[in-house]
Design a protein around this ligand. Structure first.
Ligand SMILES: NC(=O)c1ccc[n+]([C@@H]2O[C@H](COP(=O)([O-])OP(=O)(O)OC[C@H]3O[C@@H](n4cnc5c(N)ncnc54)[C@H](OP(=O)(O)O)[C@@H]3O)[C@@H](O)[C@H]2O)c1
Length: 326
């Protein structure tokens, strides 16, 4: 099969696209012919060696994809040849096929196409885990989402509206403001138009936000942590700005507030049963058509590096996918 290979951690241009042996199928695994793979921040961090999990080298990058089952191992119980599935596997998706553990799969509802399926898991699953399982976001609460026009941001916006919250999106440009409104945000802040903390306090009449989901880190997190409401919850999910922030914990003491970490990978690996239940819940919501994914750009499989460069440019609104038609 053809696949991208990473021989050593480093710049994304160092990856090679080549013909490699097909993966060997283990008894608990399913072979998937990949039709679409999702390109995300985590994939870039992993290639550079900057992600919290470092795969054994050499490895095939790509955490998430969707396609058709072509072979099943002897111990597999749920999937069968011909099933349309998505998978979340840390790595292996930037290739024509993958052998992946059965527990990493979801069988797709017939209404969901491969692009939606490949991108769904890394957008809606972390957003749902954060809002529903960790922050317990309630109807009527005010929810602030940073990076609101990104993959997680748009998903969290739609989910928070389904849960009945008032949503304030935080973005960097006018085009992204339109995307955030398009996903249902009630108000949208453009960061460069003023002090972020003051803008959030203005929109909440000085009370602050009940729940904040931050994927940007750096100065954005620093501002957000200073405009939490009493009993507020701030969720740490990512650091796209490149800086992991530090925080004075007295801010939480003074407001009975909480700092919540969310890592979908840990939840998937260490709580596979709960992970499966959560995915089914969110897929059922999606089957009702309420949770679409905006695809911002499509690249053919061999063009992974331009796809990653597009992501880093911050110009693409929505998810970026690699396609490998049958
Ligand atoms: N913890 C978990 O389980 C988990 C799960 C999924 C994703 N994540 C992480 O969450 C973060 C967001 O993921 P995503 O899929 O939403 O990414 P994305 O679609 O690329 O969106 C990220 C957003 O970050 C903002 N941003 C700020 N500074 C940036 C920079 N220097 N370069 C690029 N973007 C920048 C951009 O919004 P503005 O331009 O509007 O600021 C962009 O829309 C990533 O760090 C990802 O690894 C974590």
């Amino acid at each position: 099969m053809r696949a991208f290979r990473c021989e050593a951690f480093g710049p994304i241009e160092n990856m090679s696209f080549e013909t490699v042996p097909d993966p060997v199928l283990q008894p608990n695994q399913v072979r998937v012919a990949i039709r679409v793979a999702s390109v995300g921040f985590m994939d870039i961090l992993m290639v550079k060696g900057e992600y919290q999990l470092k795969p054994p080298l050499p490895y095939i990058p790509g955490a998430c994809g969707a396609g058709v089952v072509t072979e099943v191992g002897d111990a597999v119980t749920r999937a069968k040849v011909g099933d349309r599935v998505s998978f979340l596997n840390y790595y292996g998706a930037f290739a024509e096929q993958i052998a992946t553990d059965e527990h990493t799969l979801s069988v797709l509802p017939s209404s969901m196409d491969f692009e939606q399926a490949a991108t769904f898991r890394l957008a809606y699953s972390p957003a749902y885990l954060a809002l529903k399982y960790r922050a317990h976001l309630k109807a009527g609460e005010t929810f602030v989402i940073t990076g609101a026009a990104g993959g997680v941001g748009l998903a969290a916006t739609r989910l928070a509206k389904v849960l009945g919250a008032r949503v304030i999106g935080v973005v960097s440009s006018k085009a992204k403001r339109e995307a955030s409104f398009g996903a249902g945000a009630d108000e949208v802040i453009i960061r460069s138009e003023g002090d972020l903390r003051e803008q959030i306090l203005d929109l909440t009449r000085g009370k602050g936000a009940d729940v904040i989901l931050d994927v940007v880190g750096g100065d954005v997190f620093d501002a957000c942590v200073r405009c939490l409401a009493r009993n507020g919850r701030i969720i740490v999910m990512g650091f796209t700005s490149g800086r992991i922030p530090e925080v004075k914990v007295n801010r939480f003491l003074l407001k009975n507030a909480s700092l919540l970490g969310v890592w979908l990978g840990d939840f998937m690996t260490n709580h596979p049963g709960d992970f499966e239940t959560m995915n089914q819940e969110v897929l059922e919501l999606a089957a009702g058509g309420k949770l679409p994914i905006k695809i911002g750009a499509r690249f053919p499989l061999p063009e992974l590096v331009p796809a990653m460069e597009a992501l880093l440019s911050q110009d693409v609104i929505g998810k970026i996918v690699l396609t490998n038609p049958a």
